[in-house]
Design a protein around this ligand. Structure first.
Ligand code: CDP
Length: 792
């Protein structure tokens, strides 16, 4: 069919869901360079906004002089923190119930913080005029090291919070401390390991930006912005700006990658809104790369201590995790309210462990705010890395094969639904089968034999395993909200008189292929070909309320909503069909896009005929015209995708360069809607994971200067650094999702870093290396080989 979107599925029994090679609808425009991103949009009379940022990490603002900038011939507006404060707009809420300065008023609290903005006729003049703003700072000592942030002599960063006398952000605990102490007391072997998950950045290709357009006649504010959560942002804009919510339209057009970076609200969006309201003109703000890397939400930045207790024959009894979390100057994390530490509580991973306990202390530092879930569901990446490193450390201590140790402790299939010691109920899985499939593809035993031969020749080959469980699809609204808004998703379906359909979603794709997969879901349920189903998303005026796309929640939550709304339409279609065929609705059977009379299959009406009739024919009593429905889906639980990954590396003994030779990834995301897209999601996530394990870190000097402010310093992986991925899958449907699908978008980012690190540590075993912290750059690997790894 046209554009590679088939209307029939001969290799899949006519079923759209699970179709092997259905190409992506959206690639028609992306491959031809016709995507329309925020910065592509030009509006008549549009002005350009640029932001002046703090050069210092911690300083008092003593004088601000904007006169020269205001005198610039092309400048239309200059605003400072004081100007915003006069309008009560200087501070904004964060998604973690903190506040953040839109423009600094009293102090700057991180390098790159927003201090003033200029609006000018063109982008270049706006940038030039920033240079004309004169600011005097009185420098203050910066808090950079998370380990000393709570020292009694540490300067207090959040002096804006009344009575705040330290840099504590929050404390949180989960699990059972007493039971865990008892498990440790009963153990034969206890292993302690300190580890750091460094600060990294989601670094989407498209940086953040917005166009705000306030129409003073209609009193309507339209914001085109790079947002993963248009409806959530609309509510926050209403609260911030005072513009009523029904007069705000947020449009999130094509988005060039989000990875969690585009969930929070940033000061730039609010500056553009303020400027547009003040000037009555459309105002565009677009970040540059350094602004994105230094001021928008980072991820990870956990200093972790792990303790694992086991019997001598490898039965894990207890796991303890102590986390020091760096949240930067403002708590800019986006997380369900009840979960300040995100979903780190799943740190017992895929194992049936008798007792577990975690204590987390989060602190403020003079660094950019954030702590977002970069391609993971609220801090699960950190949890999975933690447990998979600890299990490997234990295997080394017990001199057991890491696969064998895992096998002895994996949750068994008959234990599902499985309640973890920290209260999570895993829905389904067959972890031993998934691991067995990964071992089969990798040829694990052969690899170990090859490793022994190479070691004998002085070569450094490593094999790393990780078995992970993700928790995605936030979430049940009784338990989960962001900013007081329950995490349920709306979905609307309209079938037109000619049998073509429009499905309207509350989620917003950033490259994941929703235009294709949601059409497949609806097609599967109603029998209309995917090519005839238009997916509308990313526009709050056109779509029902919902919480947006992050944490791989689109398929578990909005995907389920799409199934249910289609079934609701189908239920109505049944009533109409019964009238058309003059039988009782209960006499009808559904299949392959038509209702048939049971026992008389020749008598049938297809969905297109029913649609026409819904708008034109006579209807049974009590059935109103049209064929459309809306639902809001509140998930019963999260879904728990899982996987088993095996990484093979070679370390050059002369240069300490790590080469990832092979990577086998077996994922279980339940029912796969589009296997090609699933595979693509896995490829991207694995690349991300190799990047984090080997290359990526946002670091700071002792004055709080960010040392990773460009892609020359902050290294992102490319096709050069990664092998040809070898993927496989198992399918354990989610019992509570209407078609058994679990999320997949982030599994590979979550599961792959520990596999790579475990492989490198395994390669360095001849040197007695037990652990080395990411990113495993040549210098870090060299230091580890030389016994010079930094003390914990
Ligand atoms: O929320 P996000 O879209 O980032 O993550 P997701 O729900 O895991 O979906 C990522 C992409 O993979 C979407 O296009 C899904 O429809 C597709 N997918 C799939 O085809 N089968 C699954 N079981 C899960 C996701």
């Amino acid at each position: 069919a046209a554009d590679g979107v088939p209307t029939a599925f001969p290799d899949n029994d006519g079923k759209p869901v699970g179709h092997g090679r259905m190409l992506r609808k959206e690639d028609r425009r992306f491959i031809r360079g016709r995507g329309r991103f925020v910065d592509d949009r030009q509006l008549p009379g549009m002005l350009y906004l640029a932001i002046l940022r703090s050069p210092l990490a911690h300083a008092r603002i003593t004088r601000v002089d904007t006169l020269a900038a205001e005198a610039h011939p092309k400048v239309k507006l200059v605003m400072t923190g004081a100007d915003l404060a006069a309008r009560n707009l200087a501070w904004m809420p964060t998604l973690s119930h903190d506040v953040q300065a839109v423009l600094a008023t009293d102090k700057v609290r991180f390098q790159g913080q927003e201090v003033a903005f200029v609006v000018a006729e063109d982008r270049y003049s706006a940038r030039d005029a920033l240079e004309l703003i004169d600011i005097d700072y009185e420098e203050l000592p910066a808090v950079v090291d998370v380990r000393t942030a709570l020292a009694s002599d540490a300067p207090v960063i959040r002096t804006d919070l009344e009575g705040k006398a330290d840099n504590l952000c929050f404390e949180w605990e989960t699990g059972d401390a007493v039971a865990t102490d008892a498990a440790f007391a009963a153990a034969d072997v206890v292993v302690l390991q300190d580890m750091v998950y460094p600060r990294v950045h989601p670094a989407p290709l498209e940086t953040c930006g917005a166009i705000a357009d306030y129409d003073a006649i209609d009193e309507k504010l339209t914001i085109w912005s790079t947002t993963q959560a248009p409806h959530l942002h609309r509510t926050l804009y209403a609260l911030f700006s005072g513009v009523p919510e029904h007069k705000i339209r947020v449009v999130s057009p094509d988005i060039g990658g989000g990875f969690g970076n585009k969930v929070p609200i940033y000061p730039g969006y609010l500056c553009a809104i303020t400027a547009s309201v003040v000037l009555g003109k459309p105002v565009k703000w677009t970040e540059d790369r350094s602004e994105n890397l230094t001021s928008t939400a980072f991820a990870r930045d956990y200093v972790m201590r792990g303790e694992i207790a086991a019997t001598r024959d490898g039965r894990i009894l207890g796991l303890r995790s102590t986390v020091l979390a760096d949240h930067g100057a403002f708590n800019g994390m986006a997380t369900p309210t009840k979960y300040p530490g995100g979903f780190y509580g799943v740190f017992t991973g895929s194992y049936d462990i008798e007792a577990a306990y975690c204590r987390m202390t989060a602190v403020h530092t003079n660094k950019a705010p954030g702590g977002v879930a970069y391609a993971c569901s609220f801090r699960i990446t950190e949890a999975v890395y933690f447990v998979e490193r600890m299990v490997d450390r234990l295997a080394a201590e017990l001199d057991l094969d890491p696969v064998e140790l895992r096998r002895r402790n994996l949750i068994r299939p008959d234990q599902f639904p499985y309640r973890t010691r920290t209260g999570w109920v895993y829905d389904s899985g067959d972890y031993p089968a998934t691991l067995a499939e990964a071992l089969r593809i990798a040829g694990y035993d052969d690899l170990r034999r090859e490793q022994a031969q190479r070691r004998a020749r002085g070569e450094l080959m490593g094999i790393g395993v990780s078995v992970f469980t993700e928790a995605v699809g936030a979430g049940p609204r009784a338990d989960m909200d962001i900013f007081g808004l329950g995490m349920a998703d709306g979905c609307e379906l309209r079938i037109h008189p000619t049998g073509k359909a429009v499905v309207r979603l509350s989620v917003q794709t950033q490259g994941q292929g929703h235009e294709t997969t949601f059409a497949q879901i609806v097609a599967e349920e109603i029998g209309i070909p995917p090519a005839d189903i238009e997916v509308v998303h990313g526009d709050t005026d056109q779509t029902p309320f919902g919480m947006g796309t992050y944490g791989s929640r689109s398929t578990p939550v909005s995907g389920a909503a799409a199934v249910l709304v289609t079934r609701k339409v189908r239920d109505k279609a049944r009533l109409i069909a019964a009238g058309m065929l003059e039988v009782a609705p209960t006499d009808l059977e559904w299949g392959r896009g038509a209702f048939r009379v049971a026992g008389d299959p020749a008598k049938s009406v297809a969905i297109a005929e029913i649609a026409r009739h819904a708008y034109g024919g006579s209807l049974p009593p009590g059935v109103d015209g049209g064929l459309e429905a809306q639902v809001t889906y509140d998930p019963a639980n999260l879904t728990f995708p899982n996987g088993a990954y095996i990484c093979v590396v070679d370390v050059d003994p002369g240069t300490a360069v790590v080469k990832v030779r092979r990577f086998v990834a077996v994922d279980d995301c339940g029912t796969r809607i589009n296997p090609m897209i699933v595979e693509g999601q896995v490829h991207g996530g694995l690349t991300d994971g190799v990047g984090m394990a080997l290359m990526e870190m946002i670091s700071f000097d002792e004055e709080g200067n960010c040392l990773g402010a460009s892609l020359m310093d902050y290294l992102l992986p490319t096709a050069v650094e990664v092998p040809d991925w070898e993927t496989g899958y198992t399918v354990t449907p989610s019992p509570h999702h209407p078609i058994g699908a679990k999320g997949i978008g982030e599994s590979a980012t979550v599961g792959s870093p520990p596999a790579v690190v475990n492989a490198v540590v395994d390669a360095l075993k001849p040197f007695g290396v037990r652990h080395a912290d990411m990113p495993l750059t040549p210098s870090r690997v060299w230091d580890a080989m030389s016994g010079r790894a930094a003390p914990p």
